[in-house]
Design a protein around this ligand. Structure first.
Ligand SMILES: *Cc1c(COP(=O)(O)O)cnc(C)c1O
Length: 370
């Protein structure tokens, strides 16, 4: 079976260094916001090109703390509208509603699955105060145009970088440095993955970074002095040590993903399978997942499974069809719904062997729905 993602193999590639880092955390004797935590924040800010990085507990918290941080600073208030693509993972949407803000859903660009600048423009109202751009599946959203629009309309632009660590735009700028503030997840399955939950905010807005750091530590900068009613959302010392090791390899691992994607794009030839649309710039996509479209998806998944290729769907149910968001069940989002009905993700990872890649291609090329 070609596994969808072999997490054990991904981490065993760095076994020696990871074991040493874990042991060093033990021996340092300082387990919250210690040396590894601070070193990772510095290293990740440098990597992304922002002046600041604040470690937090997970990717959802990163986004929530950005929105709540802006509220604390008086730049957002309850009921403000945030534009977001309707086909994103539910965490992006929860981050808006959990922060007391109102999500305004736009259909994605049908080819890139990301925000379309035109549709964002049409969705702007006098209550719109922010745009949340999700670099879905690892491909950058049109950030230069979105930033121009945000500046023109006086909006905050926030990035959800949970799937796009290391993606670079045509100007040479990295994900996490293409907006006012960005949220990252280091959930184990992401391109830069920890050995548990972890997340971070990157920004060059010093006031926001300070506010988020304080909010994530019970609203306290100085032990037992609480300025804000904060939360406990800190990047774990162990995870920071792991991430410092894995950060060294992210570019190399993304490059392996790109090579596999290129081969898929050149060699998967089947009229029943539509390949993803990628831009000419080769660096703006880090292929967190490789997403195909198939009108006969159920048959395809069954066929792939029977022939030794594991697949997944990112994501099978759009948010407005989820019980959690039943208040939006009457929304009509035909593009989002069509995407959710047809998409299917095939194996891609930095530890796939060449024979596995070839097997996926061979199996897919022989698929027929009847
Ligand atoms: C994974 C993910 C998140 C949430 O990250 P967690 O660390 O699991 O909280 C948010 N947005 C997107 C697009 C994601 O893929």
């Amino acid at each position: 079976m070609v596994k969808f993602l072999d997490l054990l193999k991904i981490n065993l590639a760095h076994e020696e260094e990871l074991s040493e880092a874990l042991n060093q955390v033990l021996l340092n004797g300082w387990y919250i916001r210690g040396k590894f935590h601070n070193d990772f924040e510095t290293a990740f800010a440098n990597y992304c090109g922002t002046s600041r990085c604040v470690g937090v507990a997970n990717g959802l918290d990163a986004l929530i703390l950005i929105f709540k941080g802006y509220k604390q600073l008086g730049q957002l208030k309850d009921g403000d509208e945030v534009i977001v693509q309707a086909n994103t993972y539910i965490a992006s949407i929860i981050s808006i509603t959990e922060s007391g803000l109102v999500p305004v859903f736009v259909e994605p660009d049908e080819k890139t699955y990301n925000l379309s600048v035109e549709k964002v423009k049409q969705a702007i109202t006098p209550r719109t105060k922010a745009i949340l751009a999700v670099h879905l599946y690892g491909q950058l959203s049109p950030m230069e145009e979105l930033m121009n629009l945000a500046l023109e309309k006086n909006l905050l632009l926030v990035e959800d970088c949970a799937q796009s660590h290391g993606a670079v735009d045509t100007r040479g700028l990295k994900a996490g440095n293409l907006s006012h503030a960005a949220g990252f997840s280091f959930y184990p399955g992401k391109n830069l993955g920890a050995l548990g939950d972890a997340g971070a905010v990157t920004t060059s807005d010093e006031a926001l970074a300070d506010t988020i750091r304080t909010m994530g530590n019970y609203g306290s900068q100085k032990k037992y002095f609480n300025e804000l009613k904060g939360v406990n959302s800190r990047l774990d010392e162990i995870q920071a040590a792991v991430l410092l090791v894995k950060l060294k390899y992210i570019d190399q691992e993304n490059e392996t993903r790109r090579k596999i994607a290129k081969k898929y794009l050149q060699e998967i030839k089947n009229p029943y399978l539509s390949l993803p649309t990628v831009s000419k710039s080769s660096l703006d996509h880090v292929f967190h997942v490789f997403v195909l479209r198939c009108q006969h998806r159920d048959k395809f998944i069954e066929y792939a499974d029977a022939n030794g290729v594991q697949t997944l769907i990112h994501y099978p149910i759009p948010f407005h069809k989820q019980k959690a968001y039943h208040e939006y069940s009457n929304l009509s989002l035909p593009i989002t719904e069509l995407i959710h009905e047809q998409i299917v993700s095939i194996p891609i990872s930095p530890v796939m062997e060449e024979n596995e890649v070839n097997k996926v291609i061979q199996v897919l090329n022989q698929f027929k729905p009847d």
